[in-house]
Design a protein around this ligand. Structure first.
Ligand code: FES
Ligand code: FES
Length: 160
């Protein structure tokens, strides 16, 4: 079947099977390999994207279900001039990544949180990111990065 959607502001289309996952369509069909597949079973959050403004694990959605939707991936998160967004820059400044495998999903999830809660508490950040796993266990600096991106002091973030 044919599906079409807007991805990062660009109209795209492609032939998919009914079982084709959205993450597969984005990575293999559109070459948007910034969205990672870590588990394929909705556990790790590495595949997190935004669909019609909602945070979605793209391994848990069929491409056909996103037909007609507005999708944003990590490739669509930079500023218009290509520079890093405030949130992305905060990850870099606060060493919020090690191998980087979880980072796209972390950024997409954190962006949703900051949109809903511009100045989250540390507990709110931790709660919101609980569906995103960092196998390098770099959570402390990830929390710091998200707090910093919200314009808050990060020196008080506890190491856990
Ligand atoms: S690949 Fe989707 S949650 Fe892990
Ligand atoms: S930075 Fe390696 S999995 Fe998170």
């Amino acid at each position: 079947m044919k599906v079409q959607m807007r991805v990062n502001g660009r109209q795209v289309s492609g032939e998919v099977e009914g079982r084709t996952l959205l993450v597969t369509f984005l990575r293999d069909g559109q070459g948007l390999t910034g969205t990672h597949t870590g588990c394929d079973t909705s556990q790790c959050g590495a595949c997190t994207v935004h669909v019609d403004g909602l945070q979605v694990k793209s391994c848990s959605m069929f491409a056909a279900e996103a037909d007609g939707a507005e999708v944003t991936t990590i490739e669509g998160m930079a500023n218009a001039d290509g520079s890093l967004s405030v949130l992305q820059q905060a990850f870099q400044d606060h060493h919020g990544l090690q191998c980087g495998f979880c980072t796209p999903g972390m950024v997409m999830a954190a962006a949703t949180l900051l949109e809903q809660t511009p100045e989250p508490t540390e507990a709110q950040v931790r709660h919101h990111l609980q569906g995103n796993i960092c196998r390098c266990t770099g959570y402390h600096n990830i929390i710091k990065a998200v707090m910093a991106a919200s314009g808050q002091q990060v020196t008080q973030v506890a190491a856990e």
